[in-house]
Design a binder for this molecule. Sequence first.
Ligand code: MRU
Length: 364
Amino acid sequence: MEIQGKSWQTIWLVNDTHVEVIDQTQLPHNFKIKKLIDVQDFFWAIKNMVVRGAPLIGVTGAYGLAFSIKSDASDANLNKNKILLESSRPTAVNLKWALDRVFKKIHNLNQEDRFFAALKEAQIIEKEDIKMCSEIGENGLEVLENIYKEKLKKETNCSLNILTHCNAGWLATVDWGTALAPIYKAVRHGIKLHVWVDETRPRNQGASLTAYELKSEGISHSVVVDNAGGFLMQNNMVDVVIVGSDRTTSTGDVCNKIGTYLKALAAKENNIPFYVALPISTIDWDLEDGVKTIPIEERSAEEVKYISGIDINGEVKKVQILPKGCNSYNPAFDVTPAKYVTGLITEKGICRPDKISLKSLYFG
Ligand code: MRU
């Protein structure tokens, strides 16, 4: 997608020597590229959210595993680094999925062939991610078109009002995004729309990343505080909610950024469709009850205690917002049970959030 008229991906390989990524900890105030060379670079980039978003975490992990065996492709080193990378963030299942894919491709090969085979597989995962997200966009476009057509029957020249939480845009993937992909496609198809962007405390991925993406693409949007969603929905200011997913159970429960569940409850209460856009790699076929079984990442309490932004001199500053000595608690994700989800938008099509529909979508 575009930043100041130039096309970017979030991650790219440079000459088999390293990978470069857009440093998302610097956005929206600074645009910086970070080099990832050895396994520690990849581990820290995922853990410290230089890269984040379930699909992008997966692609970064895949490259990380490849580079981790560049100078030592022994079984011991491969296994050790797979475990290390998998531990970098626990909730997004795409990480394990991508690491398993690379591992399966190379573990039966001779050691001298492993690095290039792993790199090739990581590149395939990267390319597939772009294609999948574009397809999610096309499938989601159909949903938006239908809702917009219904709205136009009642109100001429109206906008479609979409609410989204966190950042499930192109910055969370290699390109296009998941929840934002249908929005990008809809704008290209001439649908007039407005996006309500939840700021998404504590790390503010909505305010800093989603708003940055939408602004760069020239798409109408307003950032709202996390607690505004209920008000907007109650007052007919939202036509549809679309979010992403870090892990989806085989029964259609969806785990996404903390606060997603509350939006789903408000949407249900107000009869507003609540869609989740996700690649199939986000489905954990082994799990059924998402609330009981999905591991929820607990991040540092410091993220709640401090907030950062630019001061009047344009300098990035971190300031404390809690009284000294106060405790905080920072679960990073929550689970929205399937009963609150209208539909799952995947690269293979749209389906109801239940076992039978998901299986028939996937297995044909
Ligand atoms: O903690 P983050 O920023 O990695 O969380 C990201 C999200 O919650 C996204 O909505 C999710 O990964 C889906 S991304 C397409």
